[in-house]
Design a protein around this ligand. Structure first.
Ligand code: SF4
Length: 457
């Protein structure tokens, strides 16, 4: 019997996070690796090493594939170097290396730039014939007949499963590289394919990983409606979370069926409650809705028994201690249930990154080591109106206030009152705990809100 080629796929864990206890509720299966595995011919043996669960130990392979976000890439390069030194071919792909292929080429034999679907078959063929190229440029294909990720290769410990139903975004937010990587065209998968994949997910809880499930047209909203109705028609009972632009509130029928189909919480990229900051971030949808109408958005989502996860940024260029404190007040006093307040982070491929480089404002630029710091919980640039130390100290103070136990309990009770859905309220509470643990690096054990509330603490 001839020996099968072995493909080793690695999901690296950021060097900064190594050694910390991971919150199982906040990690998601490495979908890019699952897709690569699905694209690989059947005569290959495939193994996935997932550092979310196990520290990498060396194992034999004929070809090694690694994908990484910016904060993971330092570790990804370490692991790629291990195999490169042994003369084993390594391939890297994903959003970071697509933005900086020259950097990645120092550590990997081959770099896939862009989405891999259109080139992975060729890459494997080239490898088998001994003609692996240094670069492969992927094209943006229509999302029809997309291979289902090889979920059988994921670690069984994931609490959440995941599915992707669209790619691409017509917007150009200053801090985001999605449109650079996945293109400006909003590409959607057919309803049947999405629901077939959704149905196969073994976990009870699912994260729909689209950057924006709802999109900007009636056609895209109708597609979501059909997905939800098909989930209901098939009797699939799963709970899920998705991200959407704030205009999802314009589609009450979608919200109604989304709730019935298991949607528990919607992630909204709100970013700021100040018009000038939304303008400088080029957050056009939120500007169009108008800050005065944000409350209506939260109310409409709550009215269907779904919790609101609001994502905000600390450290925008016009931020001062006062504006940051006001943003915290806004988050605490509005009907947002789960509160994510991350630090402005210039990622390669974004207009923000290019501007920070041009203005020589990056503080941590000993790359690739410093990429691990680009994880949204560290100030890596010189702020415009404060020192780095002042901004860090202000953010720490505001995080402590946001995730204060009393505030989390208050948020939970408010979510319960407004959504009238204990499951949705619990999802939002768990998200707040996750963000607390992320920003304070697991320094506090999970508190049991249920015990405290019902014991009257
Ligand atoms: S932040 Fe959202 S809306 Fe803005 S470009 Fe990125 S994906 Fe599009």
């Amino acid at each position: 019997m001839t020996k099968r080629n072995k493909l080793l796929l690695i999901n690296p864990l950021s060097t900064k996070r190594r050694g910390l206890i991971r919150d199982q509720q906040s990690i998601f299966p490495p979908m890019a690796l699952g897709i690569i595995a699905a694209l690989t011919p059947e005569h290959w043996e495939i193994e996935v090493v997932d550092e979310n669960f196990e520290r990498f130990t060396y194992r034999e392979a004929d070809l090694v594939g690694i994908t990484a976000l910016t904060s993971q890439v330092t570790r990804a390069y370490e692991l790629a170097s291990v195999y490169k030194e042994k003369g084993i071919s390594t391939v890297m792909g994903g959003i970071h290396v697509s933005m900086l292929p020259d950097e990645a080429a120092q550590y990997a034999d081959s770099v896939v730039i862009g989405e891999a679907e259109s080139v992975w078959g060729t890459l494997i063929h080239d490898f088998e014939s001994g003609t692996l190229k240094k670069r492969y440029q992927g094209n943006l294909l229509p999302l029809v007949d997309s291979p289902f990720p090889r979920i059988d290769l994921y670690h069984p410990g994931y609490v959440f499963g995941s599915v992707q139903t669209t790619r691409g975004c017509p917007m150009s937010c200053d801090f985001c590289s999605v449109h650079t990587f996945n293109g400006h065209q909003y590409r959607a998968r057919p309803v049947k394919e999405v629901v077939d994949e959704f149905e196969k997910i073994p976990q009870q809880r699912v994260y729909i990983v689209d950057d924006n499930l709802i999109g900007y047209t009636k056609k895209s909203a109708d597609r979501v409606l059909e997905i939800c109705q098909e989930i209901i028609r098939r009797g699939i009972k799963k709970d899920w979370l998705c991200a959407a632009s704030m205009n999802i509130a314009d589609h009450e029928e979608v919200l109604h069926f989304a709730a019935e189909a298991g949607c528990k919480m919607i992630f909204l990229g709100i970013e700021s409650e100040l018009i000038d900051q939304l303008e400088s971030a080029n957050k056009r949808t939120n500007l169009k809705i108008g800050i005065a109408h944000f409350d209506e958005v939260y109310q409409k989502i709550h009215a269907h028994g779904i919790a609101v996860l609001g994502a905000f940024i600390f450290g925008l260029d016009t931020d001062t201690p006062l504006t940051i404190a006001n943003r915290t007040k806004y988050m605490l006093n509005s009907d947002i249930d789960a509160m994510q307040a991350s630090i402005l982070t210039p990622l390669p491929g974004t207009p923000l990154f290019n501007r920070m480089v041009a203005e020589d404002r990056l503080i941590h630029k000993n790359f690739p080591e410093d990429w691990a710091r680009y994880d949204f919980v560290e100030v890596v640039y010189r702020p415009a109106l404060m020192t780095q130390e002042e901004l860090t100290s202000e953010i720490n103070k505001n995080w402590a206030k946001l995730y204060d136990e009393k505030n989390l309990k208050r948020k939970f009770l408010n979510a319960l009152k407004k959504s009238r859905n204990p499951d949705a309220a619990l999802w939002s509470y768990n998200s707040n705990l996750h963000y607390y643990n992320l920003v304070f690096e697991n320094k506090r054990e999970r508190i049991s809100i249920i015990d405290q509330i019902y014991l009257g603490d």
